[in-house]
Design a protein around this ligand. Structure first.
Ligand code: HC1
Ligand code: SF4
Length: 579
C-alpha cells in the first residue's frame, strides 16, 4: 500500500492505482468525460483525451490527467483548487465551442454529461468562436448517430471494439472533423453493427441515441380502430424505477402495469409469458438434439446456442455465417409474443391482425431492428409493430404526467400475461439456460425437479461453465455475456473443440438487465448487480417457477399449437438465419 494526500485527506491505496481511482476511494469525485469503467467486468476506457480530470500534483509543473497518472507514495494532490478549476473550465469551453447548441431539442437533454458539466461550471454563453464541424445524421433501424455531438471520448469505440469485438466504430479524420464513425464513414446500417446499443449506453452526449417510436405509439393509442397490445420484457421491471428516482434493484412490475393501463393500452401482457413459450420450443429442440447425439448421430449440431438475443443473432449472422444451423431455431420471446398475439389472441378476441398493434417495451435497442426483419412479418404486417426502450417508456410516462411513484400495483391481463419464474430470469445472464434446465430436466428424466435454483449457472464472470446432472446424463453448459466473450466460445465451436452441449449467449454485459435501452448506469456495476438481485427476487416470489407448468402455456398448446415442435409451432415460433 502507498499513502498520499488528496484535498487534505490522507488516503491509502494499492500501488498502481490511478489518482482518479484513489480520489474516488477517498470519496472525492473528479469529473471526467472520456473515462468510463465497469469495475467488476474489467472494462475501462482511459484514453486521457478529454483533460477534464486534470489535478495539481504538488512539485510538478504541469497539471496531470488523473485517469492516466499513477498515485505515488507521499503525493500531495489538489483536485479542485483555482488553477485546476480554471484549466477544467477552459477545456470545457473548448469542447463546447465545437458542439451544437440545440440542447432544447436534443434527445439526451437532461441526461447529457457535457450539459451537466456546463451547468456545474457555470458556462452561460458560447465561449469561443470554434469551427463547428458539420456531419449528416445517420439513422439506422435502432440507433441515431448525430455525429456533430461526438466529443471524441471514445467510450463507444471501447465498447464496440474491446468489449463486443464488433469493430463497427473507430476514430476518423483530424482536427475539428475528428469523430468516431464506421469505416469509410459508411452508415451504421451498412457496417457490421449488431445494434446491441452498448455504444449508446456509454455515450456521454447526444451523439448516439436510440430511434424513438413513442410518437408512433401515441398515434396508435389515439386511433379508435386499433387494438393496442403491449408486452414488457423481463429486465424492464428491474430498472424502470431508477428513472423515477427509486434505488437500483427496486421492482416496479405492478406500477409499470398500472402506468401502461393509464397510457391507454388495451391489453397489458408480459414477454415473460413468451419466454416460457421459448423454453417449451427451445427445450424440446435441445432434448431432440441430445437424443440424436446419444443415439450415436455424429452429424447432430451440438452445442445448441440460445437465440433470443437479437444483438447476438446479428453478430453470428455477420461473423459466423458457416454456423447458422447451430443456434436454436426458436424465435425470441419478443417475436413469439407478436406471432401469438396476432394469431391465437387476435382470433380469440375477433380482431383482424391489421387492426392490432403490438408494442414491446424492451431493455434493448436491437429489438427495434429485430421486429422490422422481413421474416417476422405476414404479408408485410409485422408481428411486433414498435419496440421502445425502458428509457423511452419512462419518458412517455413523464410526458403523460402520470404520478408513477404513487401508482397502485396493477396485474397483467390474461392469457398472455401469465408467467413463471423461469420466464422472469431470462433478463439476467445465465437465466435463459437456467430456465431451460428447469424444464428440460423434468422432460428428460420424467422426475420432479425439487431444487429449481441452479446457482452454478449464475454470476457475472464473462464466460462461465457448469455441469448439470440430468439423472446420470452430465450436461455441459456454457454461458457468455458480452459479444467478445461470445466470440471466444464460438471460435471453439467452429474449431470443433467445444465441450458444451448447450451455450447461452447474451450480447450485453450482464444480459438484458444491462441492455442498451436501460436507464444509464454510468459504469456503476453495483447497479447491474442490484437489478440482477431484483430479477431473482421476482422469480422466488412466483408460485410457478417452471415454464411447462404455466397454465396459460399449457392451454395455448391444448387449444392452438398442439405439441412443442409441432408443425404449427414451427410455422409460428421458429425462424431461420441469414448471412
Ligand atoms: Fe431480453 Fe428476451 S430476455 S432478449 O434479454 O429472451 O431485450 O429483458 O425481452 O425477446 O423474454 C431483452 C430482456 C427480452 C426476448 C425475453
Ligand atoms: Fe458497436 Fe453495438 Fe454500437 Fe453497433 S450498437 S456500433 S455493435 S457497440
Amino acid at each position: 500500500m502507498i499513502e498520499l494526500t488528496i484535498d487534505n485527506k490522507k488516503v491509502q491505496v494499492e500501488e498502481g492505482t490511478t489518482i482518479l481511482k484513489a480520489a474516488r476511494e477517498a470519496g472525492v469525485e473528479i469529473p471526467t468525460l472520456c473515462h468510463f469503467e465497469l469495475c467488476d467486468m474489467g472494462i475501462e476506457n482511459k484514453p486521457g483525451g478529454c483533460r477534464i480530470c486534470v489535478v495539481e500534483v504538488e512539485g510538478r509543473r504541469n497539471l496531470a490527467p488523473s485517469c492516466m497518472t499513477e498515485a505515488q507514495n507521499g503525493m500531495v494532490i489538489h483536485t479542485h483548487n483555482i488553477r485546476v478549476l480554471n484549466a477544467r473550465t477552459t477545456v470545457l469551453k473548448l469542447i463546447i465551442s465545437d458542439h451544437p447548441f440545440d440542447c432544447l431539442v436534443c434527445a439526451k437533454s437532461g441526461q447529457c454529461e457535457l450539459q451537466s458539466l456546463a451547468i456545474q461550471f457555470g458556462i452561460r454563453s458560447q465561449p469561443y468562436e470554434g469551427e463547428q464541424s458539420r456531419y449528416r445524421k445517420d439513422t439506422s433501424p435502432s440507433i441515431i448517430r448525430d455525429v456533430d455531438k461526438c466529443i471524441m471520448c471514445r467510450r463507444c469505440e471501447m465498447m464496440c471494439n474491446e468489449v463486443q469485438t464488433v469493430g463497427a466504430l473507430s476514430a476518423v479524420n483530424r482536427g475539428f472533423m475528428s469523430v468516431v464513425a464506421p469505416a469509410f464513414e459508411m452508415n451504421l446500417e451498412d457496417s457490421p453493427c449488431t445494434y446491441c446499443g452498448q455504444c449508446v449506453s456509454v455515450c456521454p452526449t447526444g451523439a448516439l441515441t436510440e430511434v424513438d417510436h413513442t410518437n408512433d405509439i401515441i398515434r396508435a393509442l389515439s386511433d379508435p380502430t386499433k387494438t393496442v397490445v403491449v408486452q414488457t420484457a423481463p429486465a424492464v421491471r428491474a430498472a424502470l424505477g431508477e428513472e423515477f428516482g427509486l434505488p437500483p434493484g427496486t421492482l416496479v412490475t405492478g406500477k409499470m402495469v398500472s402506468a401502461l393501463r393509464e397510457l391507454g393500452f388495451d391489453y397489458i401482457f408480459d414477454t415473460d409469458f413468451s419466454a416460457d413459450l421459448t423454453i417449451m420450443e427451445e427445450g424440446t429442440e435441445l432434448l431432440q438434439r441430445l437424443q440424436q447425439y446419444l443415439a450415436g448421430d455424429t452429424e447432430v449440431r451440438l452445442p445448441i446456442l440460445t437465440s433470443c438475443c437479437p444483438g447476438w443473432v446479428n453478430f453470428f449472422e455477420h461473423n459466423f455465417p458457416d454456423l447458422l444451423d447451430v443456434p436454436s431455431t426458436a424465435k425470441s420471446p419478443q417475436q413469439m409474443f407478436g406471432a401469438i398475439a396476432k394469431s391465437y389472441f387476435a382470433e380469440k378476441i375477433g380482431v383482424n391482425r391489421k387492426d392490432m398493434i403490438v408494442v414491446s417495451i424492451m431493455p434493448c435497442l436491437a429489438k427495434k431492428y429485430e421486429c422490422q426483419r422481413d421474416e417476422f412479418k405476414a404479408d408485410g404486417n409485422p408481428d411486433v409493430d414498435y419496440s421502445i426502450s425502458t428509457r423511452e417508456l419512462a419518458a412517455f410516462i413523464k410526458q403523460a404526467n402520470i404520478d408513477f411513484l404513487n401508482l397502485p400495483d396493477g396485474n397483467f391481463d390474461d392469457p398472455l400475461g401469465e408467467s413463471s419464474g423461469a420466464g422472469v430470469i431470462f433478463g439476467n445472464t445465465g437465466g435463459v439456460i437456467e430456465a431451460a434446465c428447469r424444464t428440460a430436466y423434468e422432460l428428460y428424466t420424467g422426475k420432479t425437479l425439487e431444487k429449481v435454483d441452479f446457482h452454478a449457472l449464475r454470476g457475472m464472470e464473462g464466460i462461465r461453465s457448469a455441469t448439470v446432472d440430468f439423472d446420470g446424463l452430465q450436461l455441459n453448459i456454457g454461458i457468455a455475456h458480452g459479444l467478445g466473450n461470445a466470440r471466444k466460445l464460438l471460435n471453439d465451436v467452429k474449431a470443433g473443440k467445444s465441450q458444451y452441449h448447450a451455450i447461452e449467449i447474451m450480447a450485453c454485459p450482464g444480459g438484458c438487465i444491462g441492455g442498451g435501452g436501460q436507464p444509464y448506469h454510468h459504469g456503476n456495476s453495483e447497479i447491474l448487480s442490484k437489478r440482477i438481485a431484483a430479477i431473482y427476487t421476482e422469480d422466488k416470489r412466483k408460485v410457478i417457477r417452471k415454464s411447462h407448468e404455466n397454465p396459460s402455456i399449457i392451454r395455448l398448446y391444448e387449444e392452438y399449437l398442439g405439441k412443442p415442435g409441432s408443425h404449427k409451432a414451427h410455422q409460428l415460433l421458429h425462424t431461420e438465419y441469414f448471412p
